[in-house]
Design a protein around this ligand. Structure first.
Ligand code: PEP
Ligand code: MN
Length: 338
């Protein structure tokens, strides 16, 4: 349920309505917007006495939202959510934000070498996993806290923002301490205790689509985070499992315009995991920007043949430079900038 307030409703009026909602045993989420203040109501709203709410001063109308996702829906918040990531970088607005770096933090030298290259080419965010969710327990699992400290050095040295994955509730606080954006990976998209915990902390969350998740399931996962109070969520299309075996996953670019209609949250594309193939990253990056993605998550490695994870889908810094030039031109056509 969504309560739309009059444009001239005061803060006190909004607070009073929130109090009434809480008294009914429901949760109130005031959402001030540029054109109106709305109050999202979650919980079991079926028994709510609407008259008790419309009787409050400042209330314009009540909208019943039938979708299972509420706080992430366009109905609840018609404007695009624009998140300030820090360092004057915003996502969800005009900017197309490029996040690039290796799959894993392998060493200090490796991260500094790649960070220098991607930063020179114009990336704003450095990606690399310190905790890696690997299919095989015998594969490289990441450097853990040592890796997080290397990422901290990258931030300081190159003024890059950092995105890195949290794989469990035990290490979430530690990851949050070191990073600017917390990545929740495809394998954890429906790890509800992890989602709830990321919702109770203030850092921005990058939520990747599960390998077999529908768009509604992706939005419901984001709803868990917003419902705990954190509205800074970026969604990420990274390919889903299909019968097609010419790529590692099938990158579902139709998800972008669909999600844009369903939700106000920013959405980016990861063409690296989406294809699993280095030579397909550039064409699908072009297409992602053309279809309206708010950013890209790209795996870049200076020595892909010897990468400890995902070398086959990692592009070289030279290709990345080319990619930046091309998507800059496409972004311009779309009235956006990189
Ligand atoms: C990654 O970004 O390196 C990763 C493990 O991604 P995903 O969760 O999409 O597989
Ligand atoms: Mn990877």
């Amino acid at each position: 349920m969504l309560i739309v307030m009059e444009t001239n409703a005061t803060k006190e009026m909004v607070a009073k309505v929130c109090q009434e909602i809480e008294k009914m045993g429901l949760k109130a989420h005031p959402m001030p917007g540029p054109t109106r203040t709305a109050i999202g109501v979650t919980g079991n709203t079926s028994q709510v006495d609407s008259d008790r709410i419309t009787a409050q001063s400042g209330v314009k109308e009540i909208i019943h939202v039938t979708k299972p996702y509420k706080l992430v829906s366009r109905e609840f918040y018609p404007e695009n959510t624009v998140i300030n990531l820090g360092h004057d970088v915003t996502i969800g607005g005009k900017e197309v934000v490029i996040m690039a770096g290796p799959c894993s933090v392998e060493s200090r030298d490796q991260c500094l070498a790649i960070a220098e290259k991607v930063s020179n080419s114009g990336a704003k965010v450095f990606r690399a996993g310190a905790y890696k969710p690997r299919t095989s327990p015998y594969s490289f699992q990441g450097l853990g806290e040592k890796g997080l400290k290397i990422l901290d050095e990258v931030r300081k040295e190159f003024n890059l923002l950092i995105v890195t994955e949290a794989i469990d509730t035990e290490t979430l606080d530690l990851v949050a301490h070191y990073t600017d954006i917390i990545q929740i990976g495809a394998r954890n998209m429906q790890n509800y205790s992890l989602l709830k915990k990321t919702g109770r902390q203030p850092k921005t969350v990058l939520l990747k689509r599960g390998m077999s998740a529908t768009l509604e399931e992706l939005l419901m996962a984001a709803e868990y985070i917003l419902n705990e109070g954190n509205r800074k969520v970026i969604l990420c299309e990274r390919g889903v499992r299909t019968f097609a075996d010419h790529t590692r996953n099938t990158l579902d670019l139709s998800a972008i315009p669909f999600v844009k209609r369903m939700s106000h949250l920013p959405i980016i594309v990861d063409p690296s995991h989406g294809t699993g193939r280095r030579d397909k990253v550039l064409p699908l990056s072009r297409a992602s920007v053309a279809v309206g993605a708010d950013g890209l998550l790209i795996e870049v490695h200076h020595d892909p043949a010897n990468a400890l994870s995902d070398g086959a889908q990692s592009i070289t810094p030279d290709t990345f430079e080319q990619l930046m030039k091309e998507i800059g031109a496409i972004a311009n056509v779309m009235g956006r900038s990189v």
